[in-house]
Design a protein around this ligand. Structure first.
Ligand SMILES: Nc1ncnc2c1ncn2[C@@H]1O[C@H](COP(=O)(O)OP(=O)(O)O)[C@@H](O)[C@H]1O
Ligand code: SF4
Ligand SMILES: [Mg+2]
Length: 331
């Protein structure tokens, strides 16, 4: 049994001035103990709402459906108090902007030690020692002194490291990281990814990483799920997906990656056009207006996600077609 098993997850928001919108539809995936799964897709594709639903953190006009079992227990059916206990204990989270998870009015020490005291009944002194140790592990210099400081006294990259340290300390089963490096410069980004990898390899923490950046997926994830307009369009082992994408949208995302052999100053190819508005209904494939391969059937019938061996995709094209991107043909 997978550690986290998500089955037919849906997220629907009601709107005061119109019909409801489905921002996550029929999404299923599994994360094994010690595994690393990336969820990738453009902004607005439903990545964040997918994890917010798992954690019971949807906005008040949101409603989830389906199942999300952690060690067999359905998170979506849990009472808020029970889910609260799991969050920050068995599941830790880090977000793009660490300030959304840090309280500006409390010292780092207070914020790092509270969960440990609450969930694990550890004494204040012991919790402080463990927090300092965790800060040292993520290479915060002079941790014993810095732990008494407030979040605004840390840089963005340091704040992200503080959150990783806080997660490390709890030794969660799953770490959910939603665009953890998006706001950071490239060097700091690489350090944060290295820390996550270390947490996965050394402690066996399973990682669910959300990003719009295929490069970040390549760095960290063994498996990947590509989302487009609220649905999963391709799922595969990362190496297989990079070697040979089977969905035109995935090929487009890979074409937007910088390549080492590209001429200096070459612009990145991006997929022309924009994703549909949330809740927009089309008869055919949601990607058809932007797809260079679209044919008649694509405008009439929506493709469904179909498994073939270890991967799956939602596209009417034959699986063995060689997809072209600006940076080459994936044959
Ligand atoms: N409270 C809400 N009410 C209505 N729509 C929402 C609400 N929160 C998010 N959305 C919409 O849900 C869609 C998916 O958002 P999100 O999961 O954040 O995308 P991503 O993380 O992939 O960029 C977006 O179109 C967003 O506008
Ligand atoms: S189903 Fe058609 S429009 Fe959709 S991705 Fe495949 S080829 Fe393109
Ligand atoms: Mg998001």
């Amino acid at each position: 049994m997978a550690l986290l098993e998500v089955e037919n997850l849906g997220v629907r928001f009601t709107r005061r001035d119109g019909p409801h919108v489905d921002v996550v539809q029929d999404v299923s995936f599994a994360l094994d103990a010690g595994g690393t799964l990336g969820i990738v897709g453009e902004s607005g594709s439903g990545k964040s709402q997918t994890v917010m639903a798992l954690l019971g953190l949807l906005a008040s006009n949101g409603q989830s459906s389906g199942h999300a079992r952690l060690r067999g227990e359905d998170l979506l059916a849990m009472k808020p108090a029970a889910l609260n206990r799991i969050r920050g204990d068995r599941i830790a989270m880090i977000f793009q902007d660490p300030m959304t998870s840090l309280n500006p009015f409390l010292t780092i020490e207070r914020q790092m030690t509270e969960a440990l005291q609450q969930h694990r009944g550890v004494t204040r002194q012991e919790a402080r020692n463990r927090a300092i140790e965790a800060l040292e592990r993520v290479r915060i210099p002079d941790a014993a002194r810095r732990i008494g400081r407030y979040p605004h006294e840390f840089s963005g990259g340091m704040r992200q490291r503080v959150l990783i340290a806080a997660a490390l300390m709890m030794e969660p089963d799953v770490l959910i990281a939603d665009e953890p490096t998006t706001a950071l410069d490239v060097t700091v980004q690489a350090q944060i990814l290295a820390l996550l990898r270390e947490m996965n390899r050394e402690r066996g923490t399973a990682i669910l990483l959300i990003t719009h950046d295929m490069g970040v997926v390549a760095e960290l994830c063994d498996d990947v799920m590509v989302m487009y307009a609220s649905r999963a369009v391709e799922k595969a082992r990362t190496a297989a997906l990079f070697a040979r994408p089977q969905h035109p949208y995935t090929a487009g995302l890979l074409g937007a990656l910088p390549r080492l052999d590209a001429p200096v100053g070459a612009t990145l190819s991006t997929i022309p056009g924009n994703p549909p508005m949330a809740g927009a209904r089309t008869a055919g494939c949601a990607f058809a207006p932007r797809c260079a391969y679209a044919f008649e059937r694509c405008h009439i019938q929506a493709p469904v996600l179909q498994a073939e061996g270890t991967r799956s995709r939602a596209c009417h094209l034959p699986a063995d077609i060689a997809l072209q991107t600006a940076s080459g043909v994936f044959a």
